[in-house]
Ligand binder design. Structure first.
Ligand code: SF4
Length: 227
């Protein structure tokens, strides 16, 4: 399904065909229980604070099998747990770490197909929407929406499709204005802040690649293979 997010667009959210504009639909969701997907501790700080301030009841879910290597995955998982504990939000996780899936899928993709980030969003948001449905939580959203480095519009599209598929609502918020404040909160809380998006390809492409590898070696021992 391709969406343009034009003002006059007819949009499906949840299982309801809705002829209001997407922005209006999003604004009207103001209270209730939300499953918040958390990609990492620093990105969770601001969305948790702002959704709680709005009055939402949150449950946090960490599911990011894209993160490579396992050491880094566990470090981000721990950061997410710390932030939820500090902000008093119930937390659960799926600890899967599946870098080989990302490598295989990226290699298979033809130039006509969607990029790997869209695929990465789909894998995670599908699971989050399914979890929300299974747990009877009517809405979900994601901390990925705070990041100026993610494809915001693609995320919206993927989340809306997942919401339709699992008959739950996607709670849209543009958390990006709070990105710097969230990073500041993470620094004050002593939460680990990463230097690359997560998958092995983003690690290899990072300008900080050498520094990241040195950090791995310093953290887990020079003799340990991290790739
Ligand atoms: S760069 Fe980030 S969003 Fe894109 S595939 Fe890698 S981990 Fe996923």
């Amino acid at each position: 399904m391709t969406k343009t997010h034009d003002k006059d667009e007819v949009q499906m959210i949840g299982n309801t065909q809705d002829r209001r504009t997407p922005d209006l639909v999003r604004e009207e969701i103001r209270v209730g229980e939300v499953l918040l997907h958390i990609c990492c501790g620093p990105c969770a700080e601001w969305p948790i604070a702002s959704l709680k301030q709005e009055g939402f009841s949150l449950t946090a879910y960490f599911y990011n099998p894209n993160i490579h290597p396992l050491f880094e995955h566990r470090r981000r998982l721990n950061g997410a747990k710390t932030v939820c504990s500090l902000q008093d939000v119930p937390f659960f996780s799926d600890d899967s770490c599946e870098p080989e899936r990302w490598i295989a899928m990226s290699e298979k993709r033809s130039p006509e197909e969607e990029g790997r980030c869209a695929m990465c969003y789909r894998i995670r948001m599908d699971r989050v929407a399914a979890e929300a449905k299974a747990r009877g939580i009517p809405m979900f959203t994601t901390s990925l929406l705070v990041s100026p480095y993610q494809s915001h519009e693609k995320l919206i599209e993927v989340c809306e499709e997942a919401a339709l598929r699992y008959d739950v609502k996607f709670l849209y918020r543009d958390f990006r204005p709070g990105f710097r404040e969230g990073q500041k909160m993470a620094r004050e809380h002593g939460v680990y802040r990463q230097k690359y998006c997560g998958c092995i390809l983003s690690l290899e492409e990072s300008d900080f690649r050498e520094k990241i590898y040195r950090d791995f070696e310093g953290s887990i021992g020079a003799t340990t293979t991290v790739l």
